[in-house]
Design a protein around this ligand. Structure first.
Ligand SMILES: [Zn+2]
Length: 55
């Protein structure tokens, strides 16, 4: 399943669950000097349906 997370700054990432968690954690550190927990990611991510996941 493909997930998508949009940061409050407008930055977006998508990928598998583990990918989006590690991606946004890295973004949080480099862009906001903030440590984001997996629980925080789960609170804001959403499932990408249709278009994004198609080839
Ligand atoms: Zn951001």
């Amino acid at each position: 399943m493909l997930m998508e997370v949009t940061c409050r700054c407008g930055w977006t990432t998508r990928g598998s669950r583990s990918e989006v968690i590690s991606n946004i954690q890295e973004h949080g550190r480099s862009a906001h000097q903030q440590e984001i927990t997996p629980a925080q990611v789960r609170a804001i991510w959403r499932v990408v349906e249709g278009n994004g996941a198609k080839k």
